[in-house]
Design a protein around this ligand. Structure first.
Ligand code: HAM
Length: 448
């Protein structure tokens, strides 16, 4: 069955969300939280601090930062002119440029390197399909001010730790080196000459790219061009000793940590700011290999955006894609909405039930107070559906005696299926906490 989120069909007269932009429904919330907790833990473990930048930036930031002849800037940006002041603005398609902009603007590197991370929605006008949306989420990390392969290795290890923490075993690392700009220039000339010699095999997209961005032709998905791309001059053969040493040291560092990887000479990434190390983590989603995380070194970017030259590297994880992997390994089963569900006998017991719920919350418990009336039977149905461990029942007769009842709800807990137990209302919270602690310490033992 489709998840509710994915059954978006336009119906006349009905307002739907924008195509390719999804609601995260409450049923998916436990999965998101599990992911977000793991990310926050991993970032803390590597000394990263969170930064939150605006969703809207000046269009020129992305044109300058990502590159004019990239897919993103050419055709995927949600750009508009602010009708009030005429500024050209864009919904961020990625956040490396934004983080670098903020780093320069607030002079964050004044006292040395910084490790920053972020999470949030990004926007690209792509054709929506599984794992590809127009609003999607990224979690990213940027290590700013560090030049060596040690920083590259560490951001890669951070990703591996995240996959481990989430129990994801099928995420494969691919790496490559894009060298320095003069090495890319020499390679580019060789590449253009090679593709020109095979013009007849190039599709329309590749012909268009031949002089603007020939490196991207290597990325082609066109089966008829695979052999051509495969045999094209390899950038790695144009790398000088410094670039090669950087790449080789990264590899030896990864090996020293037993982190398997594959060198993919055709890995070029879709953004223009990269140099030296680039990497992608790839996993099969519904039988198709998809990149769940991409990154690399982008030493030229800070200067390109007007800052004092400083090296940097980082990555961004595609959250929706990782959540899909988490679902496949069984994460994300519905979580209980509360620990205690309070049922009561209508208006004359309502004030006592409200009071009891507040005292239970004071004691640190998550409580749902039944609202909207109904028979005890229907209230208990709601209590069961909530996933609560215990029901507290506030009935008129017991209330007259200053008591309420407590009943275990879930099978497998001590007392489950047993009778309700009456407790004095003024000791309710204390006794409920005691019962839960006793049950956690000795699960399955009959209640005293
Ligand atoms: P990117 O490769 O464009 O890199 O995006 C990173 C990840 O975001 C992709 O690997 C993919 O998982 C996810 N992603 C991208 N587009 C979509 C989409 N339309 N729908 C769903 N998921 C998507 C960057 O954005 C760079 N800023 C990464 C980086 C950070 N490099 C250095 N630092």
């Amino acid at each position: 069955m489709d998840r509710p989120n994915q059954t978006k069909k336009a119906q006349p007269g009905k307002l739907n969300g924008v195509r390719g932009m999804n609601d995260v429904l409450p049923a998916d919330e436990p999965l998101w939280r599990r992911f977000e907790d793991a990310v926050a833990g991993a970032m803390r473990a590597y000394g990263y601090s969170q930064i939150r930048t605006p969703i809207v930036e000046h269009t020129r930031l992305f044109v300058r930062g990502i590159g004019e002849v990239t897919d993103i800037v050419e055709k995927e940006m949600y750009s508009f002119t602010d009708s009030l002041n005429g500024e050209d603005l864009t919904l961020r398609p990625e956040n490396t440029a934004g983080v670098v902009r903020a780093t320069i603007e607030h002079n964050l590197l004044y006292d040395g390197p910084k490790r920053l991370w972020y999470a949030g929605p990004m926007f690209r006008h792509e054709r929506p399909q599984k794992g590809r949306y127009r609003q999607f989420h990224q979690v990213g990390a940027e290590a700013l001010g560090m030049a060596g392969p040690d920083a590259d290795a560490e951001v890669i290890l951070l990703c591996q730790r995240l996959w481990d923490e989430l129990g994801l075993t099928g995420v494969r690392l691919e790496i490559n080196s894009l060298g320095a700009s003069h090495e890319r220039r020499a390679h580019r000339e060789a590449l253009v000459a090679y593709f020109e010699a095979h013009r007849d095999v190039l599709d329309a997209e590749a012909q268009r790219r031949l002089h603007s961005n020939p490196l991207r032709i290597l990325d082609t998905k066109n089966p008829a061009m695979q052999a051509l791309a495969e045999q094209a001059p390899r950038l790695i053969d144009f790398l000088g000793p410094e670039s090669l040493a950087h790449f080789e040291r990264l590899q030896s560092l990864l090996r020293s940590q037993n982190l398997p990887f594959r060198i993919n000479p055709r890995l070029v990434r879709g953004l223009d700011y990269y140099n030296l190390t680039v990497f992608e983590w790839v996993a099969d989603i519904g039988g198709t290999p998809l990149t769940v995380c991409g990154g690399g070194r982008y030493d030229p970017l800070i200067e390109m955006l007007g800052g004092k030259p400083a090296p940097a590297c980082g990555f961004a994880v595609g959250v929706e894609r990782v959540l899909e992997l988490m679902r496949a390994v069984g994460h994300g089963t519905a979580e209980p909405q509360c620990e205690v569900y309070v049922v009561h006998q209508g208006d004359e017991t309502l004030e006592a039930a409200l009071q009891a719920s507040e005292r239970l919350r004071d004691a640190g418990l998550d409580v749902i107070l039944h609202c909207g009336g109904g028979s005890f039977k229907s209230q208990f149905r709601r209590a069961d559906a909530s996933g609560a461990r215990l029901a507290v029942i506030v009935g008129s007769d017991e209330l007259a005696r200053g008591e309420a009842s407590v009943k275990w709800l879930r099978a497998g807990e001590s007392g489950a299926g047993g009778p309700q137990r009456s407790v004095p209302l003024d000791r309710l919270a204390e006794l409920v906490v005691e019962a839960i602690v006793a049950n956690d310490n000795h699960p399955g033992e009959p209640e005293q």
